[in-house]
Write a protein that binds this ligand. Sequence first.
Ligand SMILES: NC(=O)C1=CN([C@@H]2O[C@H](COP(=O)(O)OP(=O)(O)OC[C@H]3O[C@@H](n4cnc5c(N)ncnc54)[C@H](OP(=O)(O)O)[C@@H]3O)[C@@H](O)[C@H]2O)[C@@H](O)CC1
Ligand SMILES: Nc1ncnc2c1ncn2[C@@H]1O[C@H](COP(=O)(O)OP(=O)(O)O)[C@@H](O)[C@H]1O
Ligand SMILES: [K+]
Length: 557
Amino acid sequence: MKTLYTAAQMRQMDREAMAAPYGLSPTVLMENAGAAVIAKGAAYVGGWNRKRVTILCGKGNNGGDGLVAARHALAAGAQVYVYIWGDETTYSPESREHLQTLRAMADGKTCVLAETPGALPDLAMLRRHIESSQVVVDALVGTGFHGALREPTATVVRLVGKCIRTTASPVVLAVDMPSGVDADTGAVSGDDPETGAITATATITFGAYKRGLFQYPGKICAGEVLRDPIGMPFPVLQRTAGTVTYMVEAADVAARLSLRSPNGHKGMHGTVGIVGGSESMSGAALLAACGAVRSGAGKVCLRVPAKVAPACMGKYTEVMAAGAGTGGHFTEADVQTVCEEARNWSVLALGPGLGRYAETQAFVRQVLQRAALPVVLDADGLYHVQAAQDIFQQRAYPVILTPHLGEFSRLTGCSVAAIQADSVGTVQAFARSRGVYVLLKGTPTYIVSPTGQTVYVNETGNAGMSCGGMGDVLTGIVAAMWVRETHPAPAEAAFMAAYLHGAAGDRCVRTIGSYGYTPEELAKAVPQAIRELERQAADRYREMVPSSHFEDQGGGE
Ligand SMILES: NC(=O)C1=CN([C@@H]2O[C@H](COP(=O)(O)OP(=O)(O)OC[C@H]3O[C@@H](n4cnc5c(N)ncnc54)[C@H](OP(=O)(O)O)[C@@H]3O)[C@@H](O)[C@H]2O)[C@@H](O)CC1
Ligand SMILES: Nc1ncnc2c1ncn2[C@@H]1O[C@H](COP(=O)(O)OP(=O)(O)O)[C@@H](O)[C@H]1O
Ligand SMILES: [K+]
């Protein structure tokens, strides 16, 4: 997993690297940072030799990195135009040191240093330089950025955006963070990535990954993200104090998707019970059932209101579908039947398509109170518990809630904008206060446990998944992952499910098209997504084990 940090955590790491016993000098760290931009950026610019490069330096240490990058670009054969307009007395000692060196190199030809202390740079000249450059290096602000971009930086950022859109698109390399993107939340002032922040081809980030590089809209601004450890001590980079955010990667899921026991039987892979559906919506529960089947559940039972049952039976022959009660939606009268059946299930997925009938509210609340098994609660199931969230703490068995942003907004009472401004903080606070696991669907998807310390982020998936029914399939996948024979912890089951769901969607893009594929087609792609992960894991194993090992086993020619 990639560990993602906040700006404050990164600053703490910097302090630790510089303090005893490591005692790394800030000048060295800055040197390594600037050098990393040029070394890692070379692949994007096609080598630096004879390239014209405009480097924009702010007055903080991000700007200092830019000054170092200029020297390394020159050494690699580039011509540089360096802009810096801060008041030198406010620069850090290491920035000043690197500025002195660059001043001594400035010859007005291969190294143009445009210093305008305390004043706006010459915008006409800057424009000409950007338009004639093949590369722009953004070293305006990094992790020290907060709020909305102030002048004159805001004007320079707008100018860069304009030049990039109207000229022959230079490569833009962002130093540590694209300027204007909040390192903790990915927020951009005004939320318009085109005017509020630099949009980079790639971001070379130092030490550790910052959260905001993977959250929209910051993710768009960052382009491809490359990390360079810049020589920071390994133990410092491994430190995980406070909240730790992990980006789930293929290997993390592959490692947990161990092959089934060769002598296994269906009882070992769990029985998923799905309770949902109503006269107005029968498809949602069926899609959840399909998601569970395609994710390898041992058995899948579907219970829908009696009037809906005929439409559900036989749709998926492997699903044991049956009606409950007599009506077209669930009511209190169905609680007993469902709770009795649930005794034979390993997990209950409750909610898809239940409808928002007043009578269904008592059904949902009582099933949650009485059903003695883990529950995945989704969709209308969430709707019916909005005003009764103390139910969760009264349960002896864990609950995973799988809301999308709108549902989460209703549950928390926070606006969607407020949640987006601090998704990690909001989900953590909610999970802690209610004692539940939360999988907050979106781009990205967040998974937290009731302790709230660890946050998993999933990035798989694509815009073709923004269509009705995709979330229902995910509900079934979460339930099936939870009851695998390896019995993953709830948060693990949730992140495996989110990853596979998105990976199956990504597979649909490759095999069907960017959008227009159906939730059922996505569910059907889950086994292929699993197979891809297994193949990758096998390849990694082969890379790790010398080929002579296979030859010894009779695998060689
Ligand atoms: N990680 C590592 O190990 C290493 C990290 N290093 C580098 O240090 C960087 C962090 O440096 P940093 O702390 O000096 O902050 P930085 O990003 O330059 O920003 C501060 C400046 O921005 C300004 N500013 C703030 N908000 C603003 C706004 N809204 N609009 C306009 N301006 C705004 C703020 O102005 P002020 O508020 O002071 O007036 C101040 O001048 C980090 O990203 C990495 O590149 C490497 O050098 C070495 C090792
Ligand atoms: N643009 C996107 N990129 C990645 N994943 C997406 C995107 N749009 C939707 N998804 C995923 O698709 C699912 C949609 O769920 P949801 O909104 O609950 O759908 P429904 O309620 O119609 O079943 C979520 O898992 C979400 O993360
Ligand atoms: K930057």
